[in-house]
Design a binder for this molecule. Structure first.
Ligand SMILES: NC(=O)c1ccc[n+]([C@@H]2O[C@H](COP(=O)([O-])OP(=O)(O)OC[C@H]3O[C@@H](n4cnc5c(N)ncnc54)[C@H](OP(=O)(O)O)[C@@H]3O)[C@@H](O)[C@H]2O)c1
Length: 273
């Protein structure tokens, strides 16, 4: 998939800004960091937001993104993010990528603290950030809200626990917002990846247990990488403004569905003609 230069509105908008600007949450690692790299490489001004200052600083030094350290669950941090982003100029896109999974407990053994933490970041964080940036996007004159959900936002799986519930909720937020923004030049995009091998996702889910994290990907030929997903995210965001990719699902070829995963090499079947 190739991406192009920043795409302004395709219709006859009077003033097309020379620089398009995006805010990326969850930018310190994985899919968010890869997205920052992609958008910067395509000439976007990028404001990168996450809690780990050291990682954000390194990414800023590497890419020229503007780092803002903060937490999507913190109202004051998000308000500061809006101020710092708009101080650089109009904001045309907000990409909600911050999120995590915690545990695989079945529902009948749910740890409600894990659920609460996931809902606070994944769902309420997305709503908080989106709500905070919509006035800025309106001031910019047009824009994009992107929600990075998951195939877990469309299908349940055993042990998906609160994570599946939060991703379904995020997808519902995107669907609802798309309806509510009808008539405005603001599109709402949902990107839903399947299995992505990032440095943090499974490690966080299993509370830092590297062996359990590694086992998730064991034998799987080519799980998606963070850059695979960032490629698709950047593609969606850089389409002409009138093109809205409402929901895009991407998976590794080895994963035919949320619950059907091939482990071992992918081989063609000569016995089937
Ligand atoms: N990996 C997969 O298989 C997969 C599949 C589908 C969807 N996803 C989704 O992709 C997104 C990124 O995950 P990833 O795989 O790239 O994992 P990751 O490497 O662990 O990245 C998670 C990012 O979210 C940030 N974050 C977490 N809580 C935050 C908070 N309260 N405030 C601000 N930032 C916060 C983290 O930064 P700090 O810790 O520095 O704050 C980090 O930058 C998540 O929404 C995840 O649900 C992942």
């Amino acid at each position: 998939m190739t991406t192009s230069q920043p795409q302004p509105p395709s219709t006859e908008q009077a003033a097309v800004p020379a620089t398009l600007r995006a805010v990326v949450t969850g930018a310190s690692s994985g899919i968010g960091a890869a997205t920052v790299r992609r958008l910067r490489a395509q000439g976007w001004d990028v404001v990168a937001f996450a809690r780990r200052a050291d990682l954000l600083d390194a990414l800023a030094a590497e890419t020229g993104a503007h780092p803002v350290v903060g937490d999507v669950t913190d109202e004051a941090d998000v308000a500061r993010l809006v101020r710092e982003a708009e101080a650089r100029g109009p904001v045309h896109a907000v990409l909600n990528i911050a999120g995590f999974a915690s545990g695989t407990d079945p529902i009948d053994a749910s740890d409600l603290d894990r659920w609460r933490a996931m809902f606070e970041t994944n769902v309420l964080g997305t709503v908080r950030v989106t709500k905070a940036f919509l006035p800025a996007i309106r001031r910019a004159g047009f824009g994009t809200v992107l929600v990075l959900t998951s195939t877990a936002g469309h299908d349940a799986y055993s042990g998906g626990s609160g994570y599946v519930a939060t991703k379904h909720a995020q997808a519902a937020v995107a669907d609802t917002l798309r309806l509510e923004l009808n008539g405005e030049p603001v599109r709402v995009l949902e990107i839903a990846p399947g299995m992505v091998r990032t440095e943090g996702f499974s490690l966080t889910r299993f509370d830092g247990d590297q062996a359990r994290a590694d086992a998730v990907y064991e034998g799987v030929e080519n799980p998606l990488t963070a850059d695979d997903v960032a490629d698709v995210v950047a593609f969606a965001v850089t389409r002409p403004q009138h093109v809205a990719i409402d929901t895009l699902v991407l998976r590794p070829v080895a994963q035919s569905s949320t619950t059907l995963l091939a482990r071992g090499p992918l081989v063609t079947r000569t016995d089937r003609g």
